[in-house]
Ligand binder design. Structure first.
Ligand code: GRF
Length: 224
């Protein structure tokens, strides 16, 4: 029986690409049934592009300064993502806000990882904001991307305790390994068809996903 080809995935990243590395590692371990068809960036010197090159994945670097405005940049970027044949798009440390018109065709096929327990702290400097608020818990979220910045429906979260003397760096460093387990686990749910986008909302195993899954020792678990 012909096996169905793995879903084709494009990734956007602006920086070092540790989340991309986690995706590539999960795939290499046989834990992520996808084919990466493109890694794109708004930074030609992004470490994520070097990781992609080393993995023989096609790369794309577009310089926003070469475009008259955000819509023009995003139109070109997303046209090339579509041309790559990607069926899913993952934002893995991508630091640009995306124009709504470019985004619209991808709603339901695009996920993002954000280092906070959304809906708390959309935007930047999440670890600093959690510390300043005196939060006892912090974490990361993977959500479907919609036009609302960091506001799309939640899929899964990883939680960590905040230490009394945690610095912003210490908190970020302690959270990162959980991000590296969370993102591949969510992408794999999409890849195997358990996680779907139906009627403008996430469904897991055919039922509305009303609360984000939680990352536990043994993987993603339904929220209590
Ligand atoms: C990560 O904390 C991710 O959650 C955020 O950007 C940070 C860097 O990501 N979006 P990476 O190391 O470049 O994957």
């Amino acid at each position: 029986m012909m096996s169905t080809p793995p879903p084709r995935v494009a990734v956007l990243a602006s920086g070092r690409g540790s989340n991309l590395a986690a995706l590539l590692d999960a795939r290499a371990r046989g834990e992520l049934a996808v084919e990466f068809v493109l890694v794109g960036s708004d930074k030609a010197d992004a470490g994520a592009l070097r990781l992609a090159e080393a993995a023989n994945i096609p790369t794309l670097a577009l310089d926003p300064r070469s475009y008259p405005d955000r819509p023009a940049f995003d139109r070109d970027l997303f046209a090339r993502i579509a041309a790559s044949g990607a069926q899913w798009l993952v934002l893995a440390g991508y630091m640009r806000i995306i124009d709504g018109a470019a985004l619209a065709p991808w709603v339901g096929r695009m996920i993002n990882i954000h280092p906070s327990l959304l809906p708390k702290y959309p935007g930047l400097h999440t670890h600093r904001r959690a510390l300043r608020a005196g939060d006892r818990e912090h974490g990361a979220s993977v959500h479907f991307v919609t036009a609302e910045l960091d506001g799309g429906p939640l899929i899964a979260q990883a939680r960590i305790a905040v230490g009394a003397d945690d610095s912003e760096e210490a908190l970020a460093q302690r959270l990162l390994p959980l991000e590296h387990r969370l993102l591949p686990a969510v992408l794999n749910l999409l890849a195997v068809g358990r996680l779907q986008w139906r009627d403008d909302a996430p469904q897991l195993d055919g039922r509305p996903l009303l609360a984000p899954l939680l990352l536990a020792e043994r993987g993603l678990q339904a929220a209590e």
